[in-house]
Design a protein around this ligand. Structure first.
Ligand SMILES: NC(=O)C1=CN([C@@H]2O[C@H](COP(=O)(O)OP(=O)(O)OC[C@H]3O[C@@H](n4cnc5c(N)ncnc54)[C@H](O)[C@@H]3O)[C@@H](O)[C@H]2O)C=CC1
Ligand SMILES: O=C(CO)COP(=O)(O)O
Length: 337
């Protein structure tokens, strides 16, 4: 049994706390939001964000960060990505040397273009930072529906320790040394999911969805490879796996926000209506900045940025994507001469 604190009490933090408790660990949940902690303490259920998943009566819920960070075997960062830096900054004084942290949030910081594990390492240099990501909606994990995910760490034994802590008969964890690839796939699939939602909202069909998924993973993997990640990672759980689930699931916040935009809502209206974090809105700008920095063509990411931030009508963005210059699907020169 390990002592684990989950930092962030949104739908994902709640589902992971439930899973880790079921695995026999001693789990505490921390949130900066006092009302969130009070509601969890009262109801032992996150009625707002993950109804139906009942937390044990003896689970400690706290807004005391020192209590949450001290003496634990593992800290799980599950706050929305825009708050990862401020949360890590606040954690620093309470984190011991060599403390293991697993980040489960998905995003890339605008302007600095840092991954979330880079940010945590920068803010808490004494910690050992790992990631856990893949196609894993909280609503399904919280019902014990079979799910697979990948634990990324620089050292194999560290990844194996994370695997051991989270693995259960319904939660299968793979290991990988490609932390960068895992994080790029996790963050940028949300941008493509917005596009898939927009296409659904416009009334387009399965052909369009398949095109966005296939060409979406092509542009994400081009970028990830240019940044030094392994292309296999983008064709794995934290790439195509997460992209498929996010583009097609009724649970997806990013797809739903895109759907509402496709139906004519503004970005702000869509985000308010979803009422949980829509990470793709934050990662879209970072994705575009990365594509410019590494000189990688990312037409879907560009189109999403134009719809979100430049008021381009969604139907016009799709039309422009369809009318781009003619291209080959693969670059290999295999033509018969
Ligand atoms: N919901 C899901 O199925 C999954 C979510 N994720 C990722 O996990 C992260 C969290 O997602 P959700 O739990 O769905 O989001 P959510 O919107 O349900 O909850 C976000 C949580 O962030 C915390 N938070 C909000 N403002 C904060 C602040 N100023 N400072 C510190 N903490 C603050 C709160 O505890 C809040 O409940 C995101 O990066 C998401 O992409 C990853 C896999 C699955
Ligand atoms: O990353 C997630 C599932 O793996 C959750 O994000 P969405 O809710 O946008 O799908």
């Amino acid at each position: 049994m390990a002592k684990i604190s989950v930092l962030g009490a949104g739908s994902w933090g709640t589902a992971l706390a439930w899973l880790l408790h079921n695995n026999g660990h001693d789990v505490m949940i921390w949130s900066v939001m006092k009302d969130e902690v009070e509601a969890l303490d009262r109801d032992h259920e996150n009625k707002k964000k993950l109804p139906g998943v009942i937390l044990p009566q003896d689970m400690i819920l706290t807004s005391d960060l020192e209590a949450a960070c001290s003496g634990q075997d593992l800290l799980v960062t599950a706050v929305a990505s825009p708050y990862i830096r401020s949360t890590a900054h606040s954690m620093k004084p309470y984190v011991k040397k060599g403390q293991l942290i697993v980040n489960v949030a998905k995003g890339i910081e605008e302007h600095s273009l840092k991954t979330l594990s880079d940010i945590i390492e920068e803010e808490i240099p004494q910690a050992v930072v790992t990631v856990l990501s893949g196609p894993s909606h909280a609503e399904e994990v919280g019902k014990g529906i079979p799910t697979t995910i990948v634990a990324g760490a620089k050292k194999e034994e560290v990844a194996e320790y994370i695997q051991e802590l989270f693995m259960s008969p319904v939660f299968r964890v793979y290991t990988s040394p490609d932390v960068l690839g895992i994080e790029i796939g996790a963050a940028l699939k949300n941008v493509i999911a917005l596009a898939a939602g927009i296409a659904d909202g416009l009334g387009y069909g399965d052909n369009t969805k398949a095109a966005l998924i296939t060409r979406g993973i092509a542009e994400i993997s081009r970028l990830a490879e240019a940044m030094g990640a392994r292309s296999e990672t983008l064709f794995g759980l934290s790439g195509i796996g997460d992209l498929v689930v996010t583009c097609s699931s009724r649970h997806s916040r990013n797809r739903k926000a895109g759907y509402l935009i496709g139906q004519g809502r503004t970005m702000k209206q869509a985000m308010d209506e979803v009422s949980m974090i829509v990470e793709g809105v934050y990662s879209a700008k970072a994705g575009l900045e990365l594509s410019e920095k590494y000189k990688i063509d990312m037409p879907i990411t560009l189109a999403v940025n134009e719809v979100l931030f430049n008021n381009k009508p969604a139907a016009e963005a799709v039309n422009d994507l369809m009318l781009r210059d003619k291209k080959m699907e693969i670059e290999a020169d295999l033509w018969e001469k």
